[in-house]
Design a protein around this ligand. Structure first.
Ligand code: HEC
Length: 124
């Protein structure tokens, strides 16, 4: 019993280290944070959810469109996650003529989905 618990813990630790590679931060990344990044990636890439790849080139995604800019250097573009979240929540707030859909305002993504997408995009 104890042995199983220990090996499960070890496996979780390994997983956190592997997933931690996505997060460029000197802080230790918790397993919860790492899984939010992974889920955010899945939601961002999903054709029926974020579908961000239809317009943006994103590392790890295939067949991207080029209607929007490639999503790179996000920490240099956005001072904090709140500013990035605002862009994804309602891109029309900063540019009324943008064709990027207002994912939060129009409830294309739920609040929790949006938060996870932000976690993922901020690692780019
Ligand atoms: C229909 C096309 C389209 C889709 C889908 C789309 N975007 Fe955009 N996005 C744009 C365009 C165009 C811009 C350029 C800024 C503008 O129009 O104001 C942009 C800008 C951005 C920016 C700012 C980039 C920078 O460097 O300033 C971010 C971040 C972003 N999009 C994230 C996302 C995410 C995350 C998704 C998916 C949840 C997404 N976009 C889906 C078209 C799109």
């Amino acid at each position: 019993m104890q042995k199983t618990a220990r090996s499960t813990l070890a496996a979780a630790g390994t997983l956190a280290i592997v997933l931690g590679g996505f997060v460029i931060t000197p802080n230790i990344v918790s397993a919860a944070e790492a899984s939010a990044v992974e889920e955010g990636k899945r939601i961002a890439f999903h054709r029926a959810k974020g579908n961000c790849l239809s317009c943006h080139k994103i590392a790890g995604g295939s067949q991207p469109g080029n209607i929007g800019p490639a999503l790179v250097n996000m920490k240099a573009r956005f001072a904090d996650k709140a500013k990035l979240r605002a862009q994804i929540y309602d891109a029309t707030a900063s540019n009324p003529n943008t064709i990027m859909p207002p994912f939060g305002k129009h409830k294309i993504l739920s609040k929790s989905e949006l938060d996870k997408v932000v976690e993922f995009i901020y690692t780019l």
